[in-house]
Design a protein around this ligand. Structure first.
Ligand SMILES: [Zn+2]
Length: 95
């Protein structure tokens, strides 16, 4: 069986800010943030640096030994400033 080349998070994309271990559960929680300060619009492929908003995504990972694992990632959403596409409904932001 061939293993994936990268099984760990790319440190140029995500940075871990905090690791919290709760004895109740037990639970380990990783708080991470996205590093890139730009995003490419998936519709028009133009880069953007203008932040629309921030939100969290929560991932539940497989348990580490007998400890439940939870990953919270803070993610930015960017505006698309391409004037040809801006007027389209649902094309105001990208992640
Ligand atoms: Zn766009």
């Amino acid at each position: 069986m061939e293993l994936p080349i990268c099984v760990l998070v790319d440190p140029t994309v995500l940075q871990c800010h905090e690791i919290e271990v709760q004895e109740v559960g037990p639970l380990i929680r990783l708080r991470m943030a996205a590093i890139p300060v730009t995003a490419t619009c998936p519709a028009c492929l133009q880069p953007s640096v203008r932040i629309h908003s921030r939100y969290k995504r929560t991932l539940t990972d497989l348990p580490w030994a007998n400890i439940s694992a939870l990953i919270e990632v803070s993610v930015r959403r960017f505006f698309c400033d391409n004037p040809q596409w801006r007027a389209l409904v649902g094309h105001s932001g990208m992640t």
